[in-house]
Design a protein around this ligand. Structure first.
Ligand SMILES: Nc1ncnc2c1ncn2[C@@H]1O[C@H](COP(=O)(O)OP(=O)(O)OP(=O)(O)O)[C@@H](O)[C@H]1O
Ligand SMILES: [Mg+2]
Length: 149
């Protein structure tokens, strides 16, 4: 599905709505150029899991940041993965990324194209259409057996 966001708050809210539909083992792959709104969306997802948005940062050298989220009163690890600064496939191996994705937690991945396709993942693509407007395309919600947004 395609949505038009008219500002960061709308992108946040869209992330929040998606976040409310996520559960253990889900992976959300985010695509879009610098400043397209990926981290803003991640803050919305985090907030839906009870994680304060101020805890979610961009521009850090941490490739994987781990948080504790809550889904239906149960604790679920939340992994915010940002592959922008990835030095190549060898670094992915050294991090052991497959130990996070699709396991016990919920993973969101910025610059997911650096990873290749993640089977069964939800993909969200951000396109800058004007200074404050972003087109947001969400794919893969149906395949996960949940209702569309
Ligand atoms: N509709 C919108 N949705 C999201 N962000 C918007 C929107 N309009 C303007 N912005 C601005 O665009 C920027 C988006 O930044 P954000 O960190 O979310 O992007 P990003 O895709 O994570 O970038 P990076 O690739 O550097 O990690 C913010 O400065 C935000 O205020
Ligand atoms: Mg970002």
């Amino acid at each position: 599905m395609k949505l038009l966001s008219n500002g960061p708050e709308e992108t946040f809210r869209c992330g929040f709505t998606l976040g409310k539909r996520l559960g253990k083992g889900d992976t959300v792959c985010l695509f879009g150029e610098l400043g397209a709104g990926k981290t803003t969306f991640v803050k919305g997802i985090a907030s839906a899991l009870g994680i304060p948005e101020r805890k979610i940062t961009s521009a850090s050298f941490t490739i994987i940041a781990e948080y504790t989220g809550t889904v239906n009163k149960a604790t679920v690890p939340f992994y915010h993965i940002d592959l922008y600064r990835l030095q190549g496939i060898a670094e992915l191996d050294s991090i052991g990324i497959e130990e996070y994705i699709g396991r016990d937690g919920i993973s969101v991945i910025e610059w997911a194209e650096r990873l290749g396709e993640v089977e069964g993942s939800i993909s969200v693509t951000f396109t800058i259409v004007a200074e404050d407007k972003r087109e947001i395309t969400i794919e893969g919600m149906d395949e996960t057996g949940r209702n569309n947004l």
